[in-house]
Write a protein that binds this ligand. Sequence first.
Ligand SMILES: Cc1cc2nc3c(=O)[nH]c(=O)nc-3n(C[C@H](O)[C@H](O)[C@H](O)COP(=O)(O)OP(=O)(O)OC[C@H]3O[C@@H](n4cnc5c(N)ncnc54)[C@H](O)[C@@H]3O)c2cc1C
Length: 250
Amino acid sequence: MANRLVSPIVWQRATVIETVRETPQARSLMLALPHWQRHRAGQHVEVRLTVEDGYQAQRSYSIASPPEAPYLMLTVERIAEGEVSPYLVDVVQEGDQLEVRGPIGGYFTWQASQSGPLLLVAGGSGIVPLMAMARHHALAGSTTPAHLLYSARQVDNIIYHAELEQLATEDQAFAVFYTLTRGAPPGWAGFQRRIDLDMLEDVGWPPAQHPLIYICGPTPLVEAVATMALHLGHAQGRIKTERFGPTGGS
Ligand SMILES: Cc1cc2nc3c(=O)[nH]c(=O)nc-3n(C[C@H](O)[C@H](O)[C@H](O)COP(=O)(O)OP(=O)(O)OC[C@H]3O[C@@H](n4cnc5c(N)ncnc54)[C@H](O)[C@@H]3O)c2cc1C
C-alpha cells in the first residue's frame, strides 16, 4: 500500500524520478518512495550510499518539497573533495535508486498554524529547508508575514532564484531579500556584504512582535546570525538553527 505508515528509521529504496540543475554547483533530485508519511517543512532525511565492496556513506539532506507535494525533493550542493555530494550532484541519473530514511527532526520545523511573523535566514544551501517553509507558506495560504534573507556568494549561486521571485510576487505575505558576498552584477538592487546587525534589523521584525527566526547554512554563518539576533533582543526560544557543515563561510 503506497501510503502505509513506515517508521522514519527504516531504510527505503527511493527512485530518482527527475533531476533539475539549480546552479552550477547544485542539483535537485525528485524522489519517489514506496512509503512516505507527510513531513513537516524543515525536516530532513538521511541518504545512504553503498559501494560494491560494501563500504557505506551516510549524509543528511533537508527536504526542499513542502508537505503538500506528492514526491520528495532534495537539493544538494557540491562540496569540493566531498565524498557524497559530488555523486548526488553530478552522477546520479533518473531511474537510479538511493537508500533514504526519514522524515527526521522535530525542532527545526514550521507549520502554517504557528503564530508570529517569520524571519528565515539562509546561507548557501541552507536555503533548502527554508524553501520547504516558503512553499508551505504559499500553498497553505498563510497570511503570517514572512521575510527571507538569503546570503549567497554570487548571483549564479542563488538556488531557486526564479521560483523565489515568483513566490514573492504571488504570495502577498512573503518577501525575499538577497545579499551577495563575492561581487554583484551591474544594477544589482540587493545587499552586497555579509549579513550584519543593520541588515538583520532592516529585513527582520522588532523583538516586540515576537518573530520566529529560522537560521540555516554553514556553521559560521548560523552562529554569527544567531548571536546578532540575540543582540537585537530576540528571545532565545524564538530562534531556531540548523548547521549544515563545519566550514564554508558564504
Ligand atoms: C540536518 C542537515 C541537513 C543538511 N541538508 C543539506 C541540504 O539540503 N543540501 C546540502 O547540499 N547539504 C546539506 N547538508 C550537508 C550534507 O549532510 C553534507 O555534509 C554535505 O553534502 C557534504 O557531504 P560530502 O560527503 O560531499 O562531504 P564530506 O566528504 O563529508 O566532507 C568533505 C569536506 O567538506 C567539509 N564539509 C562537509 N560538509 C560541509 C558543508 N555542508 N559545508 C561546507 N563544508 C563541508 C568537511 O569538513 C570536509 O573537509 C545537511 C547537513 C545536515 C546536518
